[in-house]
Design a protein around this ligand. Structure first.
Ligand code: NAD
Length: 476
């Protein structure tokens, strides 16, 4: 959750590993030993608490931190810090702000591996993917540095998910080192209660939320009470349409990219894969063959392509979706089972085998609901009109994809798909220049791209008279 506030400070204890220490870091070794809140340019313990949370290393199931959830007083202090930094930052010139962002981007590049390793330890995604995510973050900073003259000048309070409290602190420290005023980027840890304190705070001017639809509704209700603008980046159940004239090799690659990055825990995944009847058998066979070859295991190893899911309850939930799919008549062609990698230290990790379902129908739970796990549902179709109707028959609208060699059809279909992002002949690519966000219950507002500036700034009209005032009341 990102919150910009109109309107600094303390010290630390997560061990911030320096590159040399990080190079030696392996799965099963990291423990948080410094505070996880960040305020006024330093790590701090919260001054009050609304409960505690535990964070785990998904690869091993090992606890890596128990931390206090920030209470109302701590949130108030973070807002005060943000307000103080806002006064300084918003008055800086575009060039000065640009320099800070470029320096932050440079430090991120320099510490790429260290940050990626922390991400992998905390959320379980493979190191290969985590590095790409880190690249996206410095690219994003460089992109907006180029737009610095129109930059909004906001201060921010970030509440990470309680499952992944660690790496946001690295970002906070990097901003400080890059020259951002103390208090410009603050981190408060916690769950729902901490989020509520933020959303309800009078001086928080904007709420940007990334999460599920049910929580998004609650955020919108709270924002409504404060008449606050919000950005909602919510869930999805996106369609991926494969026409029989596609390049099959690319379509299969696209389907895997659309389903199995970050163990399927990607909001815009194309989990409803509609395949035209003529090629359904050949396509499915190849998708299954490649899915069975995905290397599952220790996410810090270079050749791993699928690590563990985020936590034990979520793994159980995803496996439950597979069970209910079977009960409702779907066929499991591969995967959908808990998985125990050979390495004994990984035996309590949250692994499962990637799953392909066929014989699916549009009314099945696995086809209608967001699973947020490595589960692909394959459906067949005959005509363009039919598949468009079925693809749009959902309350979500985050993303969609189409594979075809017919460029006119590709654009016709993309124009009809009710989704914030439509991929043609690829999937899940996300250059920072392109705005990202949803239609329907997938939310509103955009992240990335030039347009996002609009969602984080206010328009102010200043009307200046250069001559004399003309008035109908003159000389009356
Ligand atoms: N559209 C996007 O850009 C995008 C990106 C990533 C994930 N997602 C979506 O996020 C969901 C998965 O994430 P999740 O399981 O962490 O979602 P979630 O809704 O359970 O939690 C998200 C965040 O909301 C906080 N929260 C929970 N209740 C709250 C309340 N009442 N008030 C304020 N804050 C509250 C949580 O602590 C957490 O930080 C999926 O639906 C996924 O599609 C969307």
């Amino acid at each position: 959750m990102f919150l910009s506030a109109v309107g600094p400070v303390l010290t630390s204890l997560l061990r911030v590993p320096r590159p040399a220490a990080v190079a030696a870091m392996s799965t099963g070794t990291f423990v948080v030993s410094q505070p996880l809140n960040y305020r006024g340019g330093a790590r701090v313990e919260p001054v009050d608490a609304s409960g505690t949370e535990k964070a785990f290393e998904p690869a091993t199931g090992r606890e890596i931190a128990t931390f206090k959830c920030s209470g109302e007083k701590e949130v108030n202090l973070a807002v005060e810090n943000a307000k103080a930094a806002f006064k300084i930052w918003s008055k800086k010139s575009g060039l000065e702000r640009c320099q800070v962002l470029l320096e932050a981007a440079r430090i991120i590049k320099e510490r790429r591996d260290e940050i990626a390793i922390m991400e992998t330890i905390n959320n379980g995604k493979s190191i290969f993917e985590a590095r790409l995510d880190v690249d996206t973050s410095w690219q994003c900073l460089e992109y907006y540095a180029g737009l610095a003259a129109s930059m909004a000048g906001n201060a921010m309070i970030f509440k990470p998910s309680p499952f992944t409290p660690v790496s946001a602190l690295l970002l906070a420290e990097i901003y400080t080192k890059a020259g951002a005023p103390n208090g410009l980027f603050n981190v408060v840890q916690g769950g729902a209660a901490t989020g509520q304190f933020l959303c309800q705070h009078r001086d928080v001017a904007k709420v940007s939320f990334t999460g599920s639809v049910p929580t998004g509704m609650k955020i919108m209700e709270m924002a409504a009470k404060g008449i606050k603008p919000i950005t909602l980046e919510l869930g999805g159940k996106s369609p991926l349409i494969i026409f029989s004239d596609c390049n099959m090799k690319n379509a299969v690659k696209g389907a895997l990219l659309a389903n199995f990055l970050t163990q399927g825990q990607v909001c815009c995944n194309g989990t409803r894969v509609f395949v035209q009847k003529e090629i359904a058998d050949a396509f499915t066979k190849e998708v299954v063959r490649q899915t069975q070859r995905i290397k599952i295991g220790d996410p810090l190893l270079e050749d791993t392509r699928m690590g563990p899911l985020i936590n034990a309850p979520h793994l159980e939930r995803v496996l439950g979706f597979v069970r209910s799919a079977k009960e409702q008549g779907a066929t499991v062609l591969c995967g959908g089972e808990p998985y125990a990698p050979e390495d004994p230290k990984l035996k309590h990790g949250y692994y499962m085998t990637p799953c392909i379902l066929t014989n699916c129908t549009d009314d099945m739970t696995c086809v209608k609901e967001e699973i947020f796990g490595p589960v692909m549902s394959i459906l067949t179709f005959e005509t363009e009109a039919e598949v468009l109707e079925r693809a749009n028959d959902t309350t979500f609208g985050l993303a969609a994809g189409v594979f075809t060699r017919d460029i006119q059809r590709a654009h016709r279909v993309a124009a009809e798909l009710q989704a914030g992002t439509c991929y043609i002949n690829n999937y899940n690519v996300s250059p920072v220049e392109l705005p990202f966000g949803g239609y329907k219950k997938s939310g509103f507002g955009r992240e990335n791209g030039r347009v996002t500036i609009e969602y984080y700034s206010q328009l102010k009209t200043v009307c200046v008279e250069m001559g004399d005032v003309e008035s109908p009341f003159e000389n009356q």
